[in-house]
Design a protein around this ligand. Structure first.
Ligand SMILES: [Fe+2]
Ligand SMILES: [Fe+2]
Length: 266
C-alpha cells in the first residue's frame, strides 16, 4: 500500500497548494491513502475549522492529523468526533476528538495515531510512550494491519527517540511541527519508516515557517508585542513523504521525500 503523508498545511496557501498540486502527486505515486497534518490549516495559521477540514478533504486527503494548535480554533471541538481527524492522544484528556482512528483501504485496515512530544512545546502532554503503546494496541485490536504515527514534536532527539522506541511496532513514525523537512528519511532496523520532520505545505521560502518576517522580527529582535501574520503571496510548496507499506507484515518497504513547487493555473 502506498501512503502519502503531508507535513503541516499552513493557512490559505497550504490549502491552495493541495488544491492545485495534490491530485498530480497522488496519481504519479499511485497513492492509496493520503494523511495530512492540518494543525495550521486555519487562515490565521492556528488550528483547523470545519471548512478547512472539508477543503483539505476535497483536495484528496483522507485523514487529518493535528498538533499543539489543536484547540486554537474553538470550532474544532464541534466536529472532531465525527470527521476523520485525529488529535494528539496524550493531551486534553476528556476533551472532544480522538487520538487514533482505523480506516479501511482496499480491504486493508490502516490505523493512524497522533502523539505530541513533551520537549520545548507549549502544551505538555501525558507520557508519550505509555500513550503510544495504548493507541497502537487499540488500533491493532481493531484489526489494523498498517499503523502510522504522526509524532508532533519540537526536539529532533525526542523524535528520533520515539522513532526508535516504536521501531518494529508500527509501520511508520513521521515527525511534524517544526515545518522544516529533514533529510533523514529511512527504514529503521525493525522495519519502521521514519523521518524527523515531513516539512510544511504552503509558503515556506518567503516566510518564517509560514508567518511573515516583520511580526516575527519585531517580537524576537525588538521585544515588541506584535501579531504574527501568515504570508499570503509566495512560492507554493507541498512537502511530505511517500511510504510503501507491506500489508502482510505491517513493515515499511521504503520512505521517499516529497518536496515540490506547485504553480497554480493563471
Ligand atoms: Fe505546525
Ligand atoms: Fe505544531
Amino acid at each position: 500500500m502506498i501512503i502519502l503523508f503531508i507535513g503541516d498545511i499552513f493557512g490559505v496557501p497550504g490549502r491552495d497548494a493541495l488544491f492545485h498540486g495534490l491530485y498530480n502527486i497522488k496519481k504519479r505515486e499511485g497513492v492509496d491513502l493520503c494523511i495530512a497534518n492540518g494543525e495550521n490549516a486555519a487562515s490565521n495559521g492556528r488550528g483547523l475549522s470545519g471548512r478547512d477540514a472539508c477543503d483539505i478533504m476535497e483536495s484528496g486527503v483522507d485523514v487529518i492529523t493535528m498538533g499543539n494548535h489543536v484547540w486554537s480554533c474553538r470550532e474544532f471541538e464541534e466536529f472532531a468526533d465525527r470527521m476523520p481527524v485525529v488529535r494528539p492522544a496524550n493531551i486534553g484528556r476528556g476533551r472532544p476528538g480522538k487520538g487514533y482512528l482505523v480506516t479501511e483501504v482496499n480491504g486493508v485496515k490502516v490505523g493512524v495515531c497522533n502523539i505530541e512530544g513533551r520537549a520545548f512545546i507549549d502544551i505538555v502532554g501525558d507520557d508519550i510512550f505509555a500513550c503510544a503503546d495504548d493507541c497502537i494496541g487499540a488500533m491493532k485490536a481493531e484489526g489494523a494491519a498498517i499503523t502510522v504515527v504522526d509524532f508532533h514534536a519540537e526536539a529532533t532527539s525526542e523524535k528520533k527517540l520515539v522513532g526508535m522506541y516504536l521501531d518494529g511496532k508500527v509501520t511508520a513514525v513521521l515527525g511534524t511541527h517544526t515545518h522544516v523537512q529533514t533529510a533523514d528519511e529511512t527504514v529503521l532496523p525493525g522495519g519502521t519508516g521514519y523521518i524527523t520532520d515531513a516539512g510544511m505545505t504552503g509558503i515556506s521560502k518567503e516566510s518564517i515557517i509560514g508567518m511573515a518576517y516583520k511580526g516575527v522580527y519585531e517580537k524576537y529582535a525588538l521585544g515588541r508585542k506584535s501579531s504574527f501574520e501568515p504570508v499570503k503571496h509566495g512560492t507554493l510548496e507541498i512537502r511530505g513523504v511517500v511510504i510503501d507499506a507491506d500489508e502482510t507484515t505491517g513493515k515499511c518497504r521504503s520512505v521517499k521525500r516529497i518536496a515540490e513547487t506547485v504553480v497554480p493555473p493563471v
